[in-house]
Design a protein around this ligand. Structure first.
Ligand SMILES: [Zn+2]
Length: 296
């Protein structure tokens, strides 16, 4: 039986799985992303090895590949990634030439939203916004049952100003993802306490009332809920789906965001806030489903 290989290449890990037509996965794997690789040559080597390894045990009909940053899916080019340092990397063609299988490229959060749209929380919604919060923050819009992504920078919600003034990798100050992301929580906590903690530990400490953690989580909720107000005012989505690693903060985070929205939304359509129910490798699922739709 032919399967698609879905690959989500992130800043720290390359997550992959075989994906059947219904989105069911098998043989999920995670390998480290090569670091210090601005030309992307090491990444292409790692991807080639990975695809070849899957080809030995399965009939791989095509590859769906997700990468972060600005992406040109039609031409298979990773235009820019601040995380990886790439510029104008023709990654789909380069990989295709090495593995002899067709490759389709997409932006990581678009791929995650595609999985939510086809088989996840947004499956039955006419409109939804998927907000992926992990190391960074980005969003994707689902309208009339399709992901709406007309330009590479659409969805870059993480780079919009907030009341905070923390400098951002994009050159601005006060970007949303400098406060409301897992990476930011860890950095901001370290800046105050000199203690390295993961975002989930900081959420846990906030729950037990530790002052620094509680203040940072409150700030996180304040700026994120304000961004939800703009989303609601403009798009009025039925759902906002929280995906990415931070979704593990769970119903407690949803409750805090709902409480904040009670104060901030008036005449607007109130979105239902939900957590992604897909496994943590939802990027690989989305990548595989995209491959099924584009390459067959
Ligand atoms: Zn920024």
């Amino acid at each position: 039986m032919s399967l698609m290989l879905g690959i989500d290449l992130g800043g720290t890990a390359i997550k992959s799985a075989l994906v059947d037509r219904s989105g069911k996965i098998s043989d999920p794997r995670s390998t480290p992303t090569p670091q210090g690789d601005p030309q992307g040559l090491e990444a292409i080597k790692a991807l080639t090895d990975l695809v070849k390894s899957y080809q030995q045990t399965a009939s791989v009909a095509g590859v769906g590949l997700l990468v972060p940053g600005l992406v040109d899916p039609e031409n298979g080019i990773a235009i820019y990634s601040g995380t990886l340092g790439w510029r104008d990397l023709a990654i789909a063609d380069l990989l295709e030439a090495k593995v002899g299988t067709r490759v389709t490229l997409e932006h990581d959060v678009t791929g995650i939203a595609h999985a939510e749209n086809r088989i996840g929380a947004a499956k039955d919604a006419k409109s939804a916004v998927v907000v992926a919060i992990g190391t960074a923050l980005a969003a994707s819009v689902i309208l009339q049952g399709e992901v709406y992504h007309p330009h590479p920078a659409v969805g870059e919600l993480g780079h919009t100003p907030t009341i905070n003034q923390r400098p951002c990798v994009c050159g601005l100050k006060g970007c949303l993802e400098m406060t409301a992301s897992g990476g930011a929580l860890s950095r901001n906590y370290f800046a105050i306490t000199q203690e390295h903690l993961g975002a989930m530990e900081i959420f846990d400490r906030a729950r037990t009332g530790e002052r620094v953690a509680a203040e940072l989580v409150q700030e996180f909720v304040d700026v994120l809920s304000t961004s939800f107000v703009y989303i609601s005012a403009l798009l009025g989505p039925e759902l906002i789906v929280i995906a990415g690693g931070v979704s593990k903060a769970g119903e407690d985070l949803i409750a805090k965001l709902n409480e904040a929205l009670d104060q901030k939304l008036t005449i607007h359509r109130r979105p239902k806030l939900v957590l992604s129910q897909l496994p943590s490798g939802s990027g690989s699922i989305g990548a595989g489903l995209l491959a099924w739709e584009r390459l067959i």
